[in-house]
Design a binder for this molecule. Structure first.
Ligand code: C5P
Length: 225
């Protein structure tokens, strides 16, 4: 059985932090699947092409073939709030999802030889992309907690000091709008798989969340401590 960990949850829930912590501790390859939707959204915003599925196909063919080197994607300003909003729109398109689905499964099925398994995070990993993953975790936190985290991230990045940082209330509204769209779309909506551990990071430190996730992962992957 392949060693795969599926992590899902709403925006700014802490799933990326937990996924990176697990990947480091277990020596697993890690894919933040939101970056794929963000990459499509960013190219649409740049205006070279107007159909999301065409962009998705060209991404699959070219730049992101080597997903194991995702630093390329991380560097491109993909976390910008305008890209976040557009990504959630693009992600509702079934054709786009189907183009990106194969890529995500390939990544999960073929970790590099020096890695012990694969960990993916997103919205539909446990429910659609890897329904047979040995280990599934659903990460969540109250929306106000998530908005505060996002504000701290934006203040730290501030995109070169060139932009005004949104208010907490704006961020909260943005997160709620994005969550609602992700939860109510017809294709692969965000929802907790019945087999997933529910991890609420609202009242925990990062170290506590990672420790809880790690203990669970070792258990479901049958790994010794
Ligand atoms: O996780 P992140 O906030 O980077 O994802 C950006 C957007 O991409 C989400 O709001 C969601 O609409 C979409 N997404 C998705 N399925 C995934 C990962 C992300 O629909 N597996």
């Amino acid at each position: 059985m392949k060693k795969q960990i599926a992590i899902d949850g709403p925006a700014a829930s802490g799933k990326g932090t937990i996924a990176r912590g697990l990947a480091r501790a277990l020596n697993f390859a890690y894919l933040d699947t939101g970056l794929l939707y963000r990459a499509v959204a960013q190219r649409l915003l740049q205006g070279a092409e107007s159909r999301a599925v065409v962009v998705a196909r060209s991404l699959v063919r070219a730049d992101i073939q080597d997903l194991h080197d995702l630093r390329v994607l991380e560097d491109l300003g993909l976390r910008h709030p305008a890209v976040s909003a557009k990504a959630s729109e693009v992600a509702a398109e079934s054709e786009v999802r189907s183009v990106l689905r194969g890529l995500q499964r390939d990544f999960a099925d073929n970790p590099p030889a020096d890695k012990s398994g694969a960990i993916l995070d997103g919205r539909d990993i446990a429910t659609v992309i890897l329904p047979n993953a040995a280990c599934k975790i659903f990460v969540t936190a109250a929306v106000v907690v998530r908005a505060r985290r996002r504000l701290a991230d934006l203040e730290a990045a501030n995109f070169g000091g060139t932009e005004s940082v949104p208010t907490l209330e704006d961020l909260r509204a943005d997160l709620q709008a994005r969550d609602l769209r992700d939860e109510t779309r017809a294709d692969s909506p965000l929802r907790r798989d019945s087999g997933a551990l529910l991890l609420d990071t609202g009242e925990q430190s990062v170290a506590e969340s990672i420790a809880e996730a790690l203990a669970y992962a070792r258990d479901c992957l049958n790994l010794a401590d």
